[in-house]
Design a protein around this ligand. Sequence first.
Ligand code: UDP
Length: 336
Amino acid sequence: MARFLVTGGAGYVGSHVVLALVERGDEVVIIDDLRQGHRAAVPEGVELVVADLADRARLAEVFAGWKFDGVLHFAALSLVGESMRDPLRYITENLSNTLGLADAAIRAGCLRFVLSSTAALFGFPERLPIDEAARLGPVSAYGESKLMAERGLEWAEQVHGLRSASLRYFNAAGADPKGRLGEDHNPETHLIPLAINAALGLGPELTVFGTDYDTPDGTCIRDYVHVTDLADAHLRVLDVLNEGRSVRYNVGNGSGYSVREVIDTVQRVTGRPVPHRTGPRRPGDPAVLVASNTRLREETGWTPRYAALEDIVRTAHAWRAAHPNGFRGNASQVAA
Ligand code: UDP
């Protein structure tokens, strides 16, 4: 058994990772300011410290109170569009929180660190699928903030021996297959939950951001990776860090689906039409983003169990249909 500190552990990806850690018998302490996270997403028995990561005194107290075998850092500002309206806030907050957390971990002698990074590091990719050797060139302040965070961690390794794993997520989607957790953002900006909400009458008509891309059906292609598979990647990467080296992995299914294919799948799974209309392109959206997951598979043995778009949409729909208000009004906590 090991003990991990998880920032943003009450949020979407973080909560699925916390559940996976608890299920394998690890102990978890969460720091979450609950701006995006939900108390009801925290499993019973898991310690939740409600705090802002900018509160360094509080952070030091947490490291003084427990001895951790590793830190998993999910808490961040993560909306690409918002980052282009407020770039300095994104870069300042994401970078300083990551490096402040790494500094506190190093001072406490905790030298394993997993960073939630992003495919946004690659901007408009030169070739597909995108492997770890691809050129780094973010086209948003969000992507830039994560690239800077990765670089900061590289210096922390060189000077202090902090071993880190940067996981570049492609499009995290889906929900816990046992129905205990799901995706509940406010505001919701992601395609799959928006399409499901539109189908169920829980949200507005969907706007398709552009139908004139150079793709077979004219809509953007993305690599949707199931959040439970993403959680499994974190568990495996922690084991790699035990072996004593820093790593960077692109985490995706390795296959892409268009916005139209997502809409069709949501219609099939829900049995209802997805009300939608065509709108303009969203600035900064590349036509196609698909990961090469070869390195992750070869070095960690990871294989996605829910790779089919159908499985991703089915689990997301099941959770939303059972929780039309999301975690709101959900007083009881998740039982692991
Ligand atoms: N998308 C869309 N309408 C929406 C939200 C998203 O057409 O209301 C498209 C978007 O242009 C992209 C894909 O769906 O091609 C996935 O977008 P999302 O915001 O879910 O994730 P991102 O790729 O930005 O991380």
